[in-house]
Ligand binder design. Structure first.
Ligand code: NAD
Ligand code: ZN
Length: 362
């Protein structure tokens, strides 16, 4: 058993508390990882606010980390102590019908298929003050050590800087892949991205990499525009600067609406606005933002009847175990610069300050 620090969410709506926790050794098919760096994603905030589906407290959040394998359980063959890795909040067992389908990136052996906040054998490796602590998405990266199933871990290049590539565990991969894999943005096309957080800015990067000729970035926080431009946005607009609905503004700007729109906020009204912003016949709208659990959306069916496509994405459509090591290699080859997404670097004990920065739009 390892004793180390972790940020524990004891109840919804409360700040995280840094605690000493016990991390049990990995069981068969599991690995114990020393987490070196972790990002903060809006999804962690959904969890802290009690809006994440089926969440159970107390829990150790965090799902955008990178680390080094400390030890492996019985039967683990693809990883060994010392390997640099990225924990995957969407695993890839490699055997289920989704994993075998080249078009799918969902794994039936994931915690999403059978919602649960413990490891696959229905037990936890974390205890604190005599209490069992839940895992989050099987990765719980807000802990100095965490235990994860082997098939939810990607081994990456030993040269990768862990404090930079941790973003590949969620935000960067999700946004970049939403453009490249889910929307399949074509060269010369027009795109609109609603929401310029870490994920939305990664969509901008993906649209640019795919060769889009016009990339319109939409946010109510104009402080996000400089970075969006740096990453490839050609236009930046604030819905609050217009009297008319933003979908009308975008349709006027582009003639018939954009070819691809992306909602990367997580609100019902912006989901509908993004859908209405794309071309009525051939437009593709990708839902990336997560609505609070239990939310519903109602739309005018004519929006779809005229031919639009509305689709969602989980982790940008990547088959994570295969794709993450390749994305890391592309990063090391300087094919894109995801470092530009990093705004602040804080010591672990200041994790609550990190959430304050997220809430403040910084
Ligand atoms: P973030 O909070 O950093 O960014 C959200 C941005 O939206 C902010 O810049 C904010 O100013 C902007 N915004 C808020 N209301 C707006 C409005 N009405 N109009 C225009 N802009 C508005 O969040 P993030 O970490 O980038 O995550 C974005 C969303 O993606 C979240 O809902 C998150 O849960 C979700 N997400 C989904 C997946 C997936 O696999 N589908 C993965 C990661 C994150
Ligand atoms: Zn995330």
């Amino acid at each position: 058993v390892i004793r180390c620090r972790a940020a524990v969410a004891w109840a919804a709506g409360k700040p995280l508390s840094i605690e000493e926790v016990e991390v049990a050794p990995p069981k068969a098919g599991e690995v114990r990882i020393k987490i070196v760096a972790t990002g903060i994603c809006r999804t962690d905030e959904h969890l802290l606010q009690g809006c994440f589906p089926n969440a159970e407290f107390p829990v150790i959040p965090g799902h955008e980390g990178a680390g080094i394998v400390e030890s492996v359980g019985e039967g683990v063959s693809s990883l060994k102590p010392g390997d640099k890795v990225i924990p995957l909040c969407l695993p890839q067992c490699g055997e289920c019908s989704f994993c075998l389908n080249p078009e799918s990136n969902f794994c039936q052996k994931s915690h999403i298929s059978e919602a649960q906040n413990l490891l696959p054998d229905k037990t936890s490796r974390f205890t604190c003050k005599g209490k069992q602590i839940h895992h989050f998405l099987w990765v719980s990266t807000f802990a100095e050590y965490t235990v994860i199933p082997e098939y939810a871990v990607a081994k990456i290049d030993a040269a990768a800087p862990l404090d930079k590539v941790c973003l590949f565990g969620c935000g960067f991969s999700t946004g970049y892949g939403a453009a490249i894999n889910t929307a399949k943005v074509k060269p010369g096309s027009t795109c609109a991205i609603f929401g310029l957080g870490g994920v939305g800015l990664s969509v901008v990067m993906g649209c640019k990499a795919a060769g889009a000729s016009r990339i319109i970035a939409v946010d109510i926080n104009k402080d996000k525009f400089a970075k969006a431009k740096e990453l490839g946005a050609t236009d930046c607009i604030n819905p609050r600067d217009f009297q008319k609905p933003i979908q009308e503004v975008l349709t006027e700007m582009t003639g018939q609406g954009v070819d691809y729109s992306f909602e990367v906020i997580g609100h019902a009204d912006t989901m509908i606005a993004a859908l209405a912003s794309c071309n009525m016949n051939t437009g593709i709208c990708v839902m990336v933002g997560e609505l609070d659990s239990g939310s519903e959306i109602s739309i005018d069916p004519m929006l779809l009847l005229t031919g639009r496509t509305w689709k969602g994405t989980v982790l940008g459509g990547w088959k994570m175990r295969d794709a993450i090591p390749k994305l890391v290699s592309s990063y090391l080859d300087k094919k894109f610069n995801s470092d530009l997404l990093i705004t602040h670097t804080l010591p672990f004990a200041k994790v609550n300050e990190g959430f304050e920065l997220l809430r403040a739009g910084k």
